[in-house]
Design a protein around this ligand. Structure first.
Ligand SMILES: [Mg+2]
Length: 179
């Protein structure tokens, strides 16, 4: 199994990625995909759950930056404005340019940065190429449409390896958290 497609951790949902977990890993900059990671694509604005999570990161001194491949910035901009966070649009994942740009803009090193996302071939591969750790989540709202379903089915074996590693790193399964 190619190491480039192996997430470091697999979680059911972004809320399982807590400030305590990130701080324990020495992560101070969290880059995150938007669609199907923080919200289903059809959801236009951040809900209370997402707001609370973003606020908890901020309170812990962890910077959150959205890294999006969306062709139009309208959706990402609206989301980020509402949450008071920045984004790197047209990130070109899996190319590492967007990751490096986000780190440079925030004065952080790869060792203190991680990527959160739902896709192996964009989010995870890009994280590997940029030398940052990868936190994988199940697609928010579930896989929709035939293409998404096929894609997520193909990702399963890779995620199982990541999930196994997550369990061995954590020593136990966390509630609603690491699988
Ligand atoms: Mg996504």
């Amino acid at each position: 199994m190619p190491a480039l497609l192996r997430p470091d951790w697999v979680f059911d949902d972004y809320t399982a990625v807590t400030p305590d977990f990130l701080r324990a890993q020495g992560i101070r900059l969290l880059l995150s995909d938007l669609d199907f990671t923080l919200a289903p694509k059809r959801v236009k604005d951040a809900d209370e759950r997402l707001r609370a999570w973003v606020e908890s990161l901020r309170a812990a001194g962890i910077t959150l930056v959205i890294l999006s491949n969306n062709r139009s910035s309208v959706r990402v901009e609206r989301y980020c404005k509402g949450l008071g966070i920045t984004y790197v649009g047209h990130a070109g994942k899996p190319h590492r340019g967007g990751y490096l740009r986000a780190m440079e803009q925030n004065g952080e090193t790869a060792a203190r940065t991680a990527m959160l996302g739902d896709k192996l071939l964009t989010d995870c591969l890009g994280a590997r190429l940029a030398g940052v750790r990868m936190l994988m989540v199940e697609p928010a709202g579930g896989a929709r449409g035939p293409w998404q379903k096929v894609l997520h089915a193909l990702q399963e074996p890779f995620k199982r390896v990541g999930a196994r590693d997550t369990r061995s790193k954590d020593g136990k399964k966390t509630k609603n958290g690491a699988r």
